[in-house]
Design a protein around this ligand. Structure first.
Ligand code: CP
Length: 300
């Protein structure tokens, strides 16, 4: 398979076309089945912000590929703590690694690093902007659970304004023939410019006033981020909770996804239902990130 990811940065889903996404998903399935070659490369994981899934699944992916990992998950243990700049950090690490995976609290940090770096930059989440590898594992999860993406009704719930997983997912989904419904607290709606862009790409977008799961094939919930609210009362008003009772209002074969971490927006009792897909979703981070690393570094 020839794919234009070789030696390329992977910082956003905005410009990914369907052919490329379908190829990533197909390749991920091969890695999921254990059908892959080793990758004799060094990969730097630079995490400037906390992470469980993204960091550990990239780390697992690197080990399973037989590649070498360098990096840090605590920038205070690097020379950044002595005042070294982000730019100098990237210019040094690119001399040690064949690719750099970056999570950073600032929007645009990955794109900035990509402009500086001679080795590919993979965005593992930059502020409220993008989390493109999460979107790939989300699509892979939908495909694996539902057997298709086209024709599905997909509901996004929660913080659609600041949720980087949402921003990456909606642009990736806009390559497919889906019907998208959005439900959020009023202050956390998907930015209007994004809704307009999705509609101009031909995606049907419904804005819901009430949380209604009926008829949806995929429900994708996200955390309402307390830290975004100056007014704690508004935060309390904005919270929602999916409980075991809500399972009765869902289609029999509907799946409930969540990029995690969850706080309390999905009752843990829901985990035992056949709808709960979020832990399998987290597991899919490994084959999908193995496939991405191999496609970018030319290991296949
Ligand atoms: N889904 C996700 O990005 O989780 P982490 O913040 O734990 O990496």
């Amino acid at each position: 398979m020839s794919l234009n990811l070789h030696n390329k940065d992977f910082v956003s889903t905005r410009n990914l076309d369907r052919k490329t996404i379908d190829a990533i998903l197909k390749e991920s399935s091969k890695f999921d089945k254990g059908n892959y070659k080793k990758l004799n490369k060094t990969i730097a994981l630079l995490f400037f912000e906390p992470s469980t899934r993204t960091h550990l699944s990239f780390s697992t992916a690197v080990r399973k590929l037989g590649a070498s990992e360098i990096g840090f998950s605590n920038p205070k243990a690097s020379s950044l703590a002595k005042g070294e700049s982000f730019s100098d950090t990237i210019k040094v690490v690119e001399r040690y690694a064949d690719a750099i995976v970056i999570r950073h609290p600032l929007q645009g940090a990955a794109a900035f690093a990509a402009d500086l770096s001679s080795v590919p930059i993979i965005n593992a989440g930059d502020g409220a902007n993008q989390h493109p590898t999460q979107a790939m594992l989300d699509l892979y999860t939908i495909l694996k659970k539902k057997g298709k993406i086209d024709g599905l009704k997909i509901l996004l719930v929660g913080d659609l304004k600041y949720g980087r997983t949402i921003h990456s997912l909606v642009f990736a989904l806009s390559n497919y023939n889906i019907e998208l419904s959005l439900y959020s607290p009023p202050s956390l709606a998907l930015p209007e410019r994004m809704v307009d862009e999705l509609r101009s790409r031909g995606t049907k977008v419904n804005i819901l006033e009430n949380l209604d799961f009926s008829g949806q094939d995929v429900i994708y919930a996200t955390r309402v981020q307390k830290e975004r609210f100056a007014d704690l009362e508004e935060y309390e008003r904005s919270r929602y909770k999916i409980s075991i009772k809500d399972a009765d209002t869902m289609k029999r074969d509907a799946i409930l996804m969540h990029p995690l971490p969850r706080i309390d927006e999905i009752d843990t009792a829901f985990d035992k239902t056949k709808h709960a897909a979020y832990f399998d979703e987290a597991a899919n981070g490994v084959p999908v990130r193995m496939a991405l690393l191999s496609l970018i570094l030319g290991g296949k």
